[in-house]
Write a protein that binds this ligand. Structure first.
Ligand code: SAM
Length: 221
């Protein structure tokens, strides 16, 4: 069953000062928009790494499971307490990214979207639940900046092939070539930072990844 929860009517209605108190300060407004989003962030390993590696960028984790989102929230608060002035640039929201992404982020505002080790939903009747699917890709294209990037990595070859097939078919995404993927500063991070990435590593599993650029309508025609 799809869990029911409250979500903002539009990005204007998000109380960002709860998520990034130090950045918002007394004005209670964000100095600049969130730019990196880790969708289905799980326990937050990649999110924490993004915060450390890109201190000038604001990153967010998006997670549907209440207990997991709450764990990440506590993890971030503990990191902020232990490291004064640091980790103010990361936060987490609990929501269904397949339904509510545009309720949180303004059109064309995100620079990077990460999808690491998404649930594979093996049964054919459940393929529509895959986080990357025909409909959701258009929503993700909507919130991504032109020239922004979408990252996918998984240990399930069948899911990788599905994600690549659907992203290749979408007019607003263009796959980077192998050299450009490997040169991207987030290529290694997405393969090695999250809890799921570490689990696959411990089990000596394979990992498959790809990076797509969000192209403009003019480039698409
Ligand atoms: N990305 C993390 C990692 O690499 O460790 C977690 C991977 S875990 C297999 C997939 C995560 O996506 C789960 O935590 C799940 O709750 C979350 N998730 C699944 N569907 C989601 C949705 N529609 N919106 C937000 N999160 C979702």
């Amino acid at each position: 069953a799809d869990p029911q929860f409250e979500y903002p009517v539009s990005p204007d209605c998000v109380d960002w000062s709860v998520l990034y108190p130090e950045l918002c300060g007394e004005a209670k407004t964000m100095p600049r928009p969130v730019e990196y989003a880790d969708i289905g962030c799980g326990f937050g390993g990649l999110l924490v790494k993004l915060g450390e590696r890109f201190p000038d960028k604001i990153s967010i984790g998006v997670e549907i499971r209440e207990k997991v989102a709450s764990y990440v929230d506590q993890r971030i608060k503990a990191l902020r307490n232990e490291n004064k002035g640091r980790f103010q640039n990361i936060s987490v929201v609990r929501t269904n990214a397949m339904k509510c992404i545009a309720n949180f982020f303004v059109k064309g505002s995100l620079e990077k979207l990460f999808f690491c080790f998404a649930d594979p939903h093996f049964k054919t009747k459940n393929h529509r639940r895959r986080i990357i699917n025909r409909n959701s890709i258009s929503e993700f294209a909507y919130v991504l900046k032109e020239g922004g990037f979408l990252y996918v990595v998984t240990d399930v070859k069948e899911l990788h092939d599905w994600q690549v097939e659907h992203l290749n078919a979408h007019p607003l995404f263009e796959k980077l070539d192998d050299d450009a993927e490997k040169a991207d500063p987030c290529w290694d991070l997405m393969f090695n930072s999250s809890e799921e990435a570490n689990k696959v590593e411990r089990n000596e599993g394979s990992k498959f990844g790809a990076i797509y650029r969000r192209i403009s309508l003019a480039e698409a025609v």
